[in-house]
Every structure is written in C-alpha cells, then in structure tokens.
Ligand binder design. Sequence first.
Ligand code: SD4
Length: 327
Amino acid sequence: MTSRRSFLSKSVLGALAISDSQFIKNAFSGLNRSRSASLPMVIATWDNRKATQAAWDVLHTNGRALDAVEAGARIPEADPNDTSVGYGGFPDRDGHVTLDACIMDEFGMAGSVCFLEHIMHPISVARRVMEKTPHVMLVGEGALQFALEEGFEKTNLLTDTAREAWEKWKVKSEYKPVINIERHDTIGILALDKQNRIAGACTTSGMAFKMRGRVGDSPIIGAGMFADNEVGAAACSGLGEILLRTLGCYQVVEEMRRGAHPQKAAETTIRRIVQKYPEICQKNQVGFVVIDVKGRHGAYAIHPGFNFALYQNEQNLVFESDSHFKK
Ligand code: SD4
C-alpha cells in the first residue's frame, strides 16, 4: 500500500516527466509546503490548472467554495478545444452534444442536470436547480426548458472539430463503450474555502459517441461527485458505468468518515472496484481526486496516466496520480 509520503514523491516524479524546469521548482516547493495543509485549496481531475486558477481567484479573496467550483468548472465548459466537456465536446452517436453536470454546497444541498443540450454552462444550470427549485435533478427537455426560463442562451455546441471526429467515427460506427486509459478530460473539482466550507462540481459531455440518452456518473450525486462538509469530498473521471454501479465518490467519502486519510480512502475504493469488476477494469480507467475538511488531499486511479491539478499554498501545480495497476 502506498504511504502518503511515497505517494507525494511519486506525484512529483510524475510531474517531472511532464514539465519544464520552472515547474519542477514549483513542484518541489509545493511538496515541502503541502505537508502542512492550509486553506483555501482546490483540486481538479486532469491538468485543469486554468480551472483551479479560476477557482483560486474566488477563494483567495475570501470567496465561497461553491462559487469557486462553479467558476472553475465553467472554464473547460467554454473551451472548444476540450472535447470531453461543454462546448466542443464530442457528440453522441447521432451527432448531438449532450451534457451532464452536478454541484453540491457546504449544506449538503445538490443540483444536477442530465442529457442537457444546447447550453454552454450546464454547471450553472445545475446550481440553479439546487438553489431555485425544490428538486435535485432535471433531465433532457425539462432541463433545457428550465435553463431557457432562467435566461441561459441556446448555443450550438458542436464545433467543426467535434463534427469531423464524429464523421470519422461514423465510417465504422463501432459502438464500444470504453473509456480508454489515456487522457479524457471530464472535470471534477473540489474546494475548501478559508471558512472551512466545502463544495464540489462535476461536468462532462460524457462518453464520446455514446447511445442517445446515455447518462454517466458525472451528474449523479455520490457517483461522479460527493461532498459532505463534516468529512470531505470526492470527484472522479472515468468509465461512468462502473461508478454508477458502485457510487464511487460516496464510497470514498464514507471511507474518510470512518477515519481514512483521503489518499487511503481513494485507494481502498479503487481496490474494491477492481476486485468487483476485474475484467472491465483491465481496459477502463477511473480516477478519483479527494479532499478532507483538514485540507489534506489524495488521488488514485485504476491505471497509470491519471493526473490532477492542485492549487494550495499559493501554488497551482499538476501531479501524476498513483494507480492500482503499475506501468
Ligand atoms: C462518463 N465519467 O460520462 C464520464 C466520462 C469521463 O473522463 O469521466 N471521462 O462516463
């Protein structure tokens, strides 16, 4: 089992492989400082440093964790080059971009949208569901109707690049619901603000070329993200079907409730998932990012290749996650 210290050194080694010398310097000073966890902090799946920066801009001026995670999630949602989230996301197999997102605040309130089309910022619609309705989740046409009523604009989310990728895929039309082990950019983002308020968000266009109507883990509270102000929070990226069957993020938070460090909580949950679905896990990736209310963090994946961005102690760094299967 990986200790926190060896995890951190692996993280830095991983970071060395993907960075320039300035970044290396930052990574080492980040390692030294992160032994004394400090607030605020924000963590995100993958190298989403632009998102953690946007979140930090809220946090360091004494802002609320909920505002921070929403601001962070909106960055990849609006980025046409991010083909797994929001605008520019790869469409389903019929050529429609359909989006899933969820958000939770420090009171344990939650909002979610699934199978939402034509709206660039599903995370903000999810927040409105949480704050302006007595419900947790709206889907499809109902979610779109609500978004329009709330003043969100209808946008064409299918970029030329995404359309071309879909046209290419259509030549074979091979339906393979596999989340590859390589990079895939769904953002799960968690923050703890200076007043110890926790929040989390998750947003995605889901699996590329999925069946129409398919919804993954990302908008499901407890599967793609879970936050509990008394314990901590977890978010993930990877094959939604595994996370839906196991409520992966809820499991991670419950491990912490029983006293586990965020790193151990992520490792235990991944091990359990691999034991339960050994064959599916051979070819599919799942990666967790985790924080607790003490400002400690963890990350763990099934396979190598998962990384995460952490902004804490004034430094915005990317780290390579440790994994169950090794290189
Ligand atoms: C899904 N969990 O829809 C998402 C995909 C993902 O990184 O996380 N990709 O299954």
